[in-house]
Write a protein that binds this ligand. Sequence first.
Ligand code: COA
Ligand code: AMP
Length: 633
Amino acid sequence: MTAGQYDRIYEGWARDPGAFWAQAAEAIGWERRWDRVVDEPKPHFFRWFPGARLNTCWNALDRHVDGGRADQPALIYDSPVTGTIRTYTYRELRDRVAKVAGMLVALGVKSGDRVVVYMPMVPEAAMAMLACARIGAVHSVVFGGFAPAELATRIDDAKPVAILCASCGIEPGRVVAYKPMLDEAIRLATHKPRACVVLQRPMAKADLQPGRDHDWDEAVDAAAPADPVPVLATDPLYILYTSGTTGQPKGVVRDNGGHAVALAWSMPNLYGIKPGDVWWTASDVGWVVGHSYIVYAPLLNGSTTILYEGKPVGTPDAGAFWRVIAQHKAVALFTAPTALRAVKREDPDAKLLAGYPIPRFRTLFLAGERADPDTVEWAGHHLKVPVIDHWWQTETGWPICANPVGTQLFPIKPGSCTKPMPGWDLRVLDAEGQEVRRGDIGALVAKLPLPPGALPTLWNADQRYVDSYLADFPGHYKTADAGFVDDDGYVHVMARTDDIINVAGHRLSTGGMEEVLASHRDVAECAVIGVHDPLKGQLPLGLVVLKAGVTKPNAEIVKELVALVRDRIGPVAAFKTAVVVDRLPKTRSGKILRGTMVKIADGGEYKVPPTIDDPAILAEIADALKDVGYAKG
Ligand code: COA
Ligand code: AMP
């Protein structure tokens, strides 16, 4: 942690990226080493460590069992919603995962086959992922808050041989039965999996369909443990679907080799985490943060990971996070700013913290959405540790920018995610692809090749990969975030440049929600915008124009629209508000002025766009938004 260390490392990478990543790759055990560090078999498609062979699960588990960590806790399951705390040592986790892998083999799953995982935050979810990795199968975890229709879309795209699921998840105040949602998704999907394995939880047992469904415990008990199967570094480890600009999610592909190298590099160098440290990421295995920093990175690093089935508040109170840190002696927590805002709202002076001494706690990491300065300052003030905002995406798999506390802690500037990490040649470009002046806002892009760990392509959609990320700024990856670099070289990420919104750290497409609203029989036209919310950062808000002749009361239609989005996308969309308007503001060429409506809703100043068709509409929109509690500036 010495001054100048970051510059030395970053410059070393910039001088010779191949040497840098070859050195980082020494942290991983390889069955066969690479022919080249990186190559470009076709233009813009880069592959890391071609020719090398490894097994990610072996690196995450067996290697530590053999290397002296067999009796060290690997995973601590802490579930306030079920009143359970269970610890798995590296040996126990390796043995369980080997059995789950054996079960997959018995079901006919082979290397390269896809397996969908639709599970809440139970240790079996992590075991399922690692078991796939063990036999070279490709997992695709789907977040439990998504509705059957969304799950069906992912099943049709990934075409899994098997689906692993739990009978239910537990949300505050309700038990969410997963199995009926899975059954409905399979009914909706064209592709049918050969087998489903269901973890029966006592709070809601699921009905099993003979011939297709298997009981998890019985199937795992009956299975012979499976050994790790080496795969190519360039073979896919997983597909993780994320919101794109349409209702069709993007299947982000993660390879084995680059992923292992990048995550293994990040734990000591970026996060400052050592083997044996207890590390906690409070997220969900359904998101990239959960993939990388609940499951893979801490285990690759020989650390102990906490898997938490609970919320920041209400399970049972706003002291839950401090209790977990204290009880398990965690040295760091990684969560989304919204979780801290929830804590702050209930316990503004962090009084509950006094009940939980946390002397070993060193660092708080925040990501998933912009960390607002108030939250950063509040957390820093009460926890008295560095609060590190860092920026990344499902696509990148690990941080683009961070304050690399493991290498050098820079002075914290609330609102900034600090500096680019080695591997990321970050530029700020204007619409013509020219670099903007320092301090000016522009598109944040990364010069190709992307580093190990970042997506090599989209699942079965090379052209969509090019169109989505590479076409707008040739030679660069478009993050679709806008921001600027200040005079100290700090990066500030300010907003998305597309229709993605971030609701409680969850990434959602307003375009996808518009598709759902437009499918309602009474809706002629609609727009969904992301409006500011003090807790969740953003919330979706729908504006709809009804077809002529509709006589149904507006309130009834709004209720139907809210139910429709919940039914098609899921509760995670948090779509609760819509207003009926006579018309939507548009440019003369017919483009809906969503950005202007966001500014009106948030009560900020806005300019009447010179291209607007009829400026009078803006006052109508403001009135309609006032009726639902917005546009109060
Ligand atoms: N399965 C089923 N339903 C789920 C779910 C899951 N895994 N996760 C969330 N939901 C449901 C919730 O029950 C809620 O339903 P409701 O509309 O009936 O209340 C809805 O989806 C929205 O959930 P959420 O966004 O979590 O809001 P909340 O009001 O329940 O909780 C916070 C607010 C801030 C406490 C919560 O969002 C939180 O902990 N956020 C942290 C986010 C995070 O870790 N993000 C990962 C990126 S790092
Ligand atoms: P996801 O793919 O779900 O991880 O969402 C990625 C998006 O979340 C990014 O493109 C940003 O818009 C936003 N995001 C994530 N982390 C940050 C951060 N630290 N600061 C600002 N925005 C962030």
